[in-house]
Design a protein around this ligand. Structure first.
Ligand code: G1P
Length: 314
């Protein structure tokens, strides 16, 4: 099983309670890192890895903000065109590149990650597919995390799950795997358990939010009873899958930001702002001034590359 990965599933139906009140009506995946929502970073990662069908599992409790974000906005485009803002126009039009389709399925009840993935079953059908949890923002450098995983899948077949070492005290926040080494970065998973206590964890190798899964997972999810937290856990279905088929853990190259936590979210904003082509320099100066004594910083009227007049009210 090593077909091309064309479909990517984005579970975006979570309540996002850690970011209330910002997430009262807005999915947490729409929170921006500098100027782009988390879900768009994840979509771009999937597209760069070769996916051309993006499947969003949404909930009825939040308005259709994600569907709107990936849809055309005629009014905005017409206005940008009228004002001659060609760069912004291209940016807005490029949110979904040509040839990429977006599909939306509803998760009728908040029954957990496994249930969210199962909701995509009618769209995923019989193909291996990717799952991306957008609140795990991964900066893979030259090659995104999912691209690296696709390469592993092409070489070894099977399912592939991204992992990283975490502080042994933090195992209760993650799915934790037990592996048999294949090479430096790849291990065959022999056991997986959802959010074990540190004294019960088989290792400190934690699952992060990137998966390439065999279509067999859907049937196993149908048969998976509610587990930890009364939810249908993807981890429990993966535990069954690895008894039938190879499932690999892949230590990706790059840096993960846990944007499901406020500190991780702020850290991502700082690092992405520092790397931002226009903001990087003035933001670095601002941070330096803050750290050196908190004095007032004079920010340039228009940062380099930012046309004056592109202020908040456009
Ligand atoms: C989910 C998975 C968990 C994984 C984590 C990665 O947990 O159930 O196995 O380690 O994502 O972010 P959640 O963060 O939704 O509680």
């Amino acid at each position: 099983m090593s077909g091309r990965i064309r479909k990517a599933v984005f579970p975006v139906a979570g309540l996002g309670t850690r970011f209330l009140p910002a997430t009262k009506n807005t999915p947490k995946e729409m929170l921006p890192i500098v100027d782009k929502p988390l879900v768009q970073y994840a979509a771009e990662e999937a597209i760069a890895a070769g996916c051309d069908e993006l499947i969003f599992v949404t909930s009825s409790s939040k308005r259709a903000i994600i569907a709107d974000h990936f849809d055309k906005n005629y009014e905005l485009e017409a206005e940008l065109e009228r004002r001659g803002k060609t760069g912004l126009l291209a940016m807005v039009r490029g949110v979904v590149p040509e040839g990429v389709a977006c599909v939306y399925v509803r998760q009728p009840e908040a029954l957990g990650l496994g249930h969210a993935v199962l909701c995509a079953a009618p769209v995923v059908e019989g193909d291996p597919f990717a799952v991306l949890l957008a609140d795990d923002l991964i900066d893979g450098g030259a090659r995104s995390c999912l691209e690296q995983m696709v390469a592993v899948h092409e070489r070894h077949g099977g399912s592939v799950i991204a992992v990283e070492e975490v502080d042994p005290a933090d195992t209760e926040k993650y799915g934790i795997v037990q592996v048999e080494a294949v090479d430096e970065r790849i291990g065959r998973i022999r056991g997986i358990v959802e959010k074990p206590r540190p004294d019960e964890a088989p290792s400190n190798l934690a699952v992060v939010g990137r998966y390439i899964l065999s279509p067999r997972i859907m049937q196993l999810l149908r048969e998976t009873p509610r587990g930890a937290g009364g939810e249908i856990q993807l981890t429990d279905a993966i535990a069954r899958l690895l008894e039938e088929e190879p499932v690999y853990a892949y230590r990706f190259e790059g840096r993960r930001y846990d944007c499901g936590s406020k500190l991780g979210y702020l850290e991502a904003n700082v690092d992405f702002a520092l790397k931002h082509p226009q903001l990087g320099e003035p933001f670095r100066a601002l941070l330096r001034a803050r750290c050196e004594g908190g004095g007032e910083v004079r920010t340039p009227v228009a940062a380099p590359g930012m046309a004056a007049g592109s202020g908040r009210r456009g």
